[in-house]
Design a protein around this ligand. Sequence first.
Ligand code: NAD
Length: 263
Amino acid sequence: MPRLEGKTAIITGAASGIGRASAIRFAAEGARVIAADVADEVRATCAEIEGSGGVAKAFVLDTSEKANVDTLVSVAKDDFGGVDVMFANAGIGGDFLFLDDLEAEHWAAVLKVNLIGVFIAVKAASMAMKEKGSGGSIICTASVAGLRASAGPSPYSASKAGVISLVQTASNQLVGTGVRVNAICPGLIETGMTKPMFDMAREVGKEDRIGQLNPLKRAGQPSEIAEVALFLASDESSYLNGQAIAVDGGLSSSLPFMPGRLA
Ligand SMILES: NC(=O)c1ccc[n+]([C@@H]2O[C@H](COP(=O)([O-])OP(=O)(O)OC[C@H]3O[C@@H](n4cnc5c(N)ncnc54)[C@H](O)[C@@H]3O)[C@@H](O)[C@H]2O)c1
C-alpha cells in the first residue's frame, strides 16, 4: 500500500528544492498535495504530479501571511476532508551580512518567513487536525544552522533555532491530540537557495570542495531530505514526536576537525 494513501498534505515552498522534491515524493506515495509558494513555478510542480497520475493543487501565495495559510487549510478541509500532514518548509536565507552591518529590518524579514510563517502553519494545521480528531504530522524545516554557528547569517540561524524550539513547545502543547510535530535540520543541500554557492564553486573548478566538512564528503540532494520528510509524514514514524533530526551527512555530529588528522 502506498505510504501516504488517503492522506492530504500541505507543503510550503513547493516550487523548488526540498519542497518540490517532497511534493512529488508524497504524491507518488498516494498523498493529495496542496502545494504553495510565492513563486509561480509551484504550478510546474503540480503539473508534474498530475502528469504522473497524482492529485495536486497549486497556490501562488506568501505563506508568512496568516490569511493565506488559512486558505490552504480551508481548501484541504473543503476538497479533501481535512489536513493530515503539514510540511512547513518555505524559507529564505536573507542577506549575507555580519553583525556590524545587520539592522533590525534584516532580522524582521527573515523571522517573518522562517519562524513566524512556520508558527502560522503549525497553529492552523494543528487546529484543523484536532477538529478532525485523527491526529496528524507536522514537519518543519529547520537547519543545522539552528544547532550551531557558521552555517548562515545570524538572523537565519536564530530563525532556525526558533523553529527547533517551536516543535518542542508545540508538540508538548498538543498533548493527548495525536498530532506530532518534528523538525528536519538539513545540512548543505543543492537547491535554489544554495545555487549561487554551487555555481561559484563550479566556475572556479572547486566543486569537489563542496560538502567536504562532513564525513560523507559531499552535499546532499533534495530527494534525500524528501525521504526523511516522507518518513515523518507517514505512520511509520508514529512514535517520533518533538524532535529535530539532522540530515547532514554527519556534519553536526562532530567538533571541528582536520580530515585524516584525529590525533
Ligand atoms: N539548501 C540547504 O542547504 C538548506 C539547508 C538547511 C535548511 N534549508 C531550508 O530548507 C527549506 C527549503 O529551502 P530550499 O533549500 O529547498 O531552497 P529553495 O530556495 O530551492 O526553496 C525554498 C522555496 O521557498 C519559497 N518561499 C520563500 N519564501 C516564501 C514565502 N514567504 N511564502 C511561500 N514560499 C516562499 C521560495 O520561493 C522557494 O521556492 C528552507 O526553509 C531552508 O531554509 C535549506
